[in-house]
Design a protein around this ligand. Structure first.
Ligand SMILES: *Cc1c(COP(=O)(O)O)cnc(C)c1O
Length: 248
């Protein structure tokens, strides 16, 4: 168990632990319904709504994978955890939002997984920074390509053709390892529509695996409102925020 040097607010700790345990249960149920097991689905607790001590309540409850959508917030919380937690190396950081190119250098060393490669420009900049700042024998940076399968212009992520070109360009980059795809369902989508959109993402993944003879093991899809649909369609990572911090 990861503990903290600074005392955490007991009421928040109880609420967040309760939310976490219920989420773990619901994820196991959704996995079982899909003929999968809970171990097939990694939960990333999205801490963007809360301050570091509240995020620490989630870590103390047992959630060791944390996600942030803004680089500065990720830096801030990672530093806080480094100073305050008993075992900071067991906390794994996921960047799930847009990463500006001038923030790559500072963000990449903190990351377990970058979910949000959302443009060819970012992919190119990542390749440059990662290959010139890493030791020759360092592990590659694991990334996901963020795809927009609804075609909605206001949404983040790459259209499928652009994502394919980005995948091809990164195949030639040993310092970066594409592990799969990330995507979101449309805001107004009902459960059946969410499932169709998640199925489209999985299908892209399946097609590219056979086309490029490679393994793309990770599908990051599903949030508080639609993780069951995502798990039914093969999500291996879900990103949940609102539900974990409800009732604070
Ligand atoms: C905020 C956010 C989430 C979490 O969504 P909730 O509905 O709060 O669970 C997931 N993914 C991304 C990219 C986010 O920005």
């Amino acid at each position: 168990m990861i503990t903290f040097h600074q005392p955490l607010p007991p009421a928040d700790l109880a609420t967040v632990r309760d939310n976490w345990l219920r989420l773990v249960e619901d994820v196991a149920k959704a996995a079982a319904d899909a003929g999968r097991t809970a171990a097939d689905v990694q939960i990333v607790g999205v801490t963007k709504y809360v301050d570091p001590p509240t995020a620490a309540c989630l870590v103390a409850a047992g959630c060791h994978h944390l996600g942030e959508n803004r680089p500065q917030k990720l830096w801030e919380k990672a530093q806080w955890m480094q100073q305050q937690s008993s075992d900071p190396d067991r906390i794994r950081w996921h960047m799930i939002g847009h990463l500006q190119r001038n923030k790559i250098r500072r963000t990449v060393p903190l990351l377990h997984l970058l979910h949000s490669v959302d443009s060819p420009r970012l992919a190119t900049a990542l390749s440059e920074v990662v290959s010139d700042s890493r030791e020759a024998d360092a592990a590659p940076l694991d990334v996901l390509l963020e795809v927009n399968v609804t075609g909605d212009e206001s949404k983040t992520g790459m259209l499928p053709d652009q994502a394919r070109q980005t995948l091809e360009s990164l195949l030639a980059q040993p310092a970066i390892r594409v592990q799969g795809l990330m995507g979101m369902a449309g805001i107004a989508a009902d459960p059946a529509e969410c499932r169709r959109q998640f199925a489209t993402i999985r299908q892209l993944r399946d097609d590219w695996q056979s086309e490029y003879s490679m393994v793309l093991p990770q599908l990051s899809m599903g949030m508080s409102g639609d993780f069951a649909e995502a798990i039914a369609e093969g999500a291996t990572i879900i990103r949940v925020g609102t539900r974990l911090f409800a009732g604070l």
